[in-house]
Design a protein around this ligand. Structure first.
Ligand SMILES: [Zn+2]
Length: 313
C-alpha cells in the first residue's frame, strides 16, 4: 500500500476539515460515529489530495470523488442500495456539491447504482461504449444464474468513447482493451494528483472476478496490469475497485503472478483438461496463503480461456 503525499500539512488540514479524521463518519460527531459503528461500520473517507478522495462504504466497491468549483465528479457510484449514503458522504466532502459527472469503470451493479438518479438529474455519465451496450441489454451470468435487466434510458451512459478522452479539468480517461474484468473497462487518470483509478481491472483484495460473460479473461488481467504500469510512476497512487490503494510495485507483482497462472492454465487447456481438473492441478498454490481459496477464481479463469483460445472459439 502506497500512501505517498508530498503535502503532509495539507493532509493535516484535511483531517481537521473532516471533523477528526479519516476513519470517522463524515460530519458525524465522535459519539454518533461510535454509535453508528456499533450497528455498521461508518463510511470512511481517504483523502488522496485536497480535492480528491476515496469514499469507502462498508461492503461497497471503492468510489473516488473529485471536488471542485462546479461540484463533484465521481469514478463509480456504488450499488443502488448505497446510493443515498454515497451522495450524503460526497455532499459533505470539502468543496463537495452536486455530482455533475460520473464515470462507470464498467457495467456492474456495484459501480452503476447511482446512474439513474444522476442521469435523471442531468449529470454526464461517461463510459466506454461497450459498457453502454451491456447496460442496454439483459445479461445472465452462466456460473450462478444471476440475471441483470437492462438499465432504463436515464441510467445509461450518455457520453461514451472508444479509446481515450480528456475533460476540461485536465482529468484523463482511457479504455483498457485487454478485457481484464469486462470488455468495457476504463481507467481515470488524475495527473495533477498523480492518481490512477482502475476499477475492477485490478483487484486490491483477494482473487479477482473474471466476468467472461461480458468479455473478461485471465489473459486480459495480465495485459491490463502491464498496460496500467505504463501510465504510472513510482509515486502514483492506484485505486482498485476493491481493497486498499496500491502502487506501481503492486501492479508489477500482480502482473508476474497472473502471468504464471495464465501459463499454467493455458498448458492445461492445451492438454484437453477441463475446469475441475484445472482446480485440482492447483495452479495458484504458492499464492494461496496470501490470496485465499482460489477454487472459484481458477474455475472461472479457466473457463474464460474458452472464448479466447479454444480451437473452435
Ligand atoms: Zn465488476
Amino acid at each position: 500500500m502506497v500512501l505517498h503525499s508530498a503535502a503532509h500539512s495539507r493532509r493535516q488540514l484535511l483531517k481537521a476539515a473532516l471533523g477528526g479524521a479519516v476513519g470517522i463518519a463524515l460530519g458525524a460527531t465522535v459519539r454518533e460515529a461510535a454509535a453508528a459503528s456499533a450497528q455498521s461500520a461508518p463510511t470512511n473517507i481517504l483523502p488522496l489530495a485536497d480535492d480528491l478522495f476515496v469514499v469507502r462504504i462498508p461492503g461497497e466497491a471503492n468510489v473516488v470523488a473529485h471536488t471542485g468549483a462546479g461540484g463533484a465528479l465521481l469514478v463509480d457510484g456504488a450499488t443502488a442500495g448505497a446510493s443515498d449514503a454515497l451522495m450524503n458522504a460526497v455532499s459533505r466532502l470539502p468543496g463537495g456539491g452536486p455530482v455533475h459527472t460520473i464515470f462507470n469503470t464498467h457495467w456492474h451493479a456495484e459501480q452503476t447504482g447511482s446512474n439513474e438518479r444522476l442521469g435523471t438529474a442531468g449529470a454526464t455519465i461517461i463510459a466506454q461504449e461497450n459498457t453502454r451496450l451491456w447496460l442496454t441489454t439483459d445479461v445472465t451470468w452462466p456460473w450462478n444464474g444471476r440475471r441483470f435487466t437492462r438499465a432504463p434510458k436515464s441510467a445509461q451512459p450518455n457520453k461514451t468513447f472508444y479509446t481515450t478522452g480528456e475533460l476540461a479539468s485536465g482529468v484523463r480517461y482511457g479504455y483498457i482493451p485487454d478485457a481484464a474484468h469486462t470488455d468495457g473497462d476504463l481507467y481515470v487518470h488524475f495527473p495533477k494528483q498523480n492518481v490512477l483509478v482502475v476499477g475492477d481491472a485490478v483487484s486490491g483484495e483477494g482473487w479477482p472476478v473474471v466476468d467472461y460473460a461480458t468479455g473478461g479473461w485471465i489473459g486480459g488481467i495480465v495485459g491490463g496490469l502491464q498496460r496500467l504500469q505504463t501510465l504510472a510512476d513510482a509515486q502514483t497512487r492506484i485505486v482498485p475497485g476493491r481493497g486498499p490503494v496500491l502502487g506501481l510495485a503492486d501492479l508489477k507483482a500482480q502482473a508476474d503472478m497472473y502471468a504464471t497462472i495464465y501459463d499454467r492454465l493455458t498448458q492445461l487447456l492445451n492438454k484437453g483438461r477441463g475446469p475441475g481438473e484445472a482446480v485440482a492441478a492447483q495452479p495458484t498454490k504458492e499464492f494461496d496463503a496470501k490470496m485465499g481459496n482460489p477454487d472459484e477464481f481458477v474455475r472461472r479463469a479457466f473457463e474464460s480461456l474458452w472464448g479466447y483460445l479454444s480451437p473452435d472459439a
